[in-house]
Design a protein. Structure first.
Length: 365
C-alpha cells in the first residue's frame, strides 16, 4: 500500500515525514491503540467504552503480539487503552518489550482504579518502565471521583514521575463541574492536564441533560483523532478510540475485523479513505457541506435539534449508507480532490486549538 504521491501536495500531520523504508507504507498513523481489555475496576457514569468489572472482553496475548508486529509498520507509537490495561500488567509489560524492540514508543492510559498500596503500585509501574514504557496518561475527573478517591490518581502520577515517565492527566469536563477544579490535586506535580468536553455517547448517554453543553446547529471543528485507530478485544478496528465504536457497518469509521481480514490491509485502507481525510481536515462539518446541496443529502440528512459535539454529526452521517455512498461519489470528482488537497494544507496551517476534543479520556499521545 502507500500513496506517497499525494503527500507532497499538503501532507496532513498524521502522515510520517520523509521517504518510507522499502516495504513500509509511505503514510503513517500518529498513534494506534490496543484495547487489551474492556474490563475495569471502575464503572464511571460517563465511560464511552462502557467498561466495568462485569465486562469481560479481553484480547488473546498471542493475538496482541501479532497486532503489535503489524502496528509497528503503520505507526511509531502504540497506546494501550481500555478498560484498565494495568489489570494485566504482566502481559502488557511483555507487549511493551516487544513493541520496544520494534521501535515503537509506548503509552498507557489508566483510570487508577487498580491503585492501592504504594509499594505494589511502584513495583508495577517500574516493571513497565523497565520494559520501555514512555508515558502514562491518567484519566481522572468528577466521574472517576465517585468510584476512586483522587489520592490514588495523585499517588500513581507521583510514582510514575519518580520512575521517569512522562505523565499527563486527562479529564472530561461538563457544565456540572467547574473548569480547572481537577487541577488542585495535581498542581504541585510536573504534569500536563488536558480537559475534554463530555459528549452524549456510551454510558454518558444515560446522564441527565444538565451534564452537557448543547448547540442547536451542526457543529464545526476538525477531528484530531480520526487517524488514531484502535484495535478492540474482539478484533474490530475503528477509526478513533471510543465514539466510532458506535458506528454501524458499512460506516467508514469501522475499518474492519482483524479476525477475518489482515490488520495490515485494514490499516492500509484506512489511511487512504478520503472520507476520513475530510473528517481530519475539516471535521464532520466538511462532510455535511458536501451533502447539504445534494438531493440525496437533502433527503437523507436530518439535523438534530441539539448536538453535544461533532461526534454526533459524524455518526449521523457515517452511519447512513446512502449518505456515505453519495460522499464517495462526490469525492471522486476533480473539485472534491482539490478540496482534499486544500483542506489538508489548511488543516496543517491552522493553530492546534481549532482541533476538537472528544470525551474519551482513554486515548492520547
Ligand atoms: S472511564 Fe475509564 S476508569 Fe472509568 S469505567 Fe471507563 S475505562 Fe474505567
Ligand atoms: S468526529 Fe468523533 S466519531 Fe468522528 S472520527 Fe472524530 S472522534 Fe471519531
Amino acid at each position: 500500500m502507500g500513496d506517497g504521491e499525494s503527500a507532497p501536495t499538503g501532507a496532513p500531520d498524521h502522515i510520517g515525514a520523509g521517504p518510507p523504508s522499502p516495504g513500509l507504507p509511505a503514510r503513517k498513523y500518529k498513534v494506534i491503540g490496543l484495547m487489551y481489555t474492556r474490563t475495569c475496576p471502575l464503572a464511571c457514569e460517563h465511560c464511552i467504552t462502557e467498561s466495568s468489572p462485569q465486562v469481560k472482553e479481553r484480547m488473546g496475548f498471542q493475538q496482541a503480539r501479532d497486532y503489535v508486529q503489524t502496528i509497528a509498520r503503520f505507526s511509531s507509537a502504540l497506546c494501550f487503552t481500555g478498560g484498565e490495561p494495568f489489570l494485566y500488567y504482566r502481559e502488557i509489560a511483555a507487549l511493551i518489550r516487544e513493541a520496544k524492540t520494534l521501535g515503537l514508543e509506548t503509552y498507557i492510559v489508566s483510570g487508577a482504579g487498580w491503585v492501592r498500596e504504594e509499594a505494589r503500585t511502584r513495583t508495577r509501574v517500574k516493571m513497565l518502565a523497565d520494559m520501555g514504557l514512555s508515558g502514562l496518561h491518567i484519566s481522572w475527573d468528577q466521574y472517576h471521583e465517585k468510584f476512586a478517591p483522587q489520592e490514588r490518581a495523585a499517588m500513581l502520577a507521583l510514582i510514575a514521575i519518580e520512575t521517569g515517565l512522562e505523565v499527563k492527566i486527562r479529564s472530561v469536563v461538563s457544565p456540572t463541574w467547574a473548569k480547572g477544579e481537577n487541577q488542585t490535586i495535581f498542581a504541585r506535580l510536573p504534569v500536563e492536564v488536558q480537559e475534554t468536553q463530555i459528549v452524549q455517547l456510551g454510558r454518558a448517554a444515560s446522564l441527565p441533560a444538565s451534564h452537557f453543553a448543547f448547540s442547536d446547529k451542526p457543529p464545526k471543528g476538525s477531528c484530531g483523532v480520526v487517524f488514531s485507530p484502535v484495535v478492540e478485544p474482539d478484533g474490530c478496528v475503528y477509526a478513533c478510540c471510543g465514539p466510532s465504536h458506535y458506528g454501524r457497518k458499512p460506516s467508514p469509521l469501522f475499518l474492519g475485523d482483524a479476525t477475518t481480514d489482515s490488520l495490515e490491509d485494514i490499516l492500509a485502507q484506512g489511511l487512504n479513505d478520503p472520507i476520513l481525510e475530510i473528517i481530519h481536515n475539516l471535521g464532520p462539518y466538511g462532510l455535511y457541506q458536501l451533502l447539504k446541496d445534494h438531493p440525496i443529502g437533502q433527503e437523507q440528512f436530518k439535523a438534530r435539534s441539539a448536538y453535544t459535539g461533532i461526534c454526533e454529526l459524524c455518526l449521523d452521517i457515517t452511519d447512513n449508507p446512502e449518505l456515505v455512498s453519495t460522499l464517495r461519489e462526490r469525492l471522486l470528482d476533480r473539485d472534491a480532490k482539490r478540496l482534499l488537497i486544500v483542506s489538508a494544507l489548511w488543516r496543517n496551517r491552522k493553530p492546534e486549538g481549532n482541533t476538537i476534543s472528544i470525551s474519551d479520556p482513554h486515548f492520547a499521545l
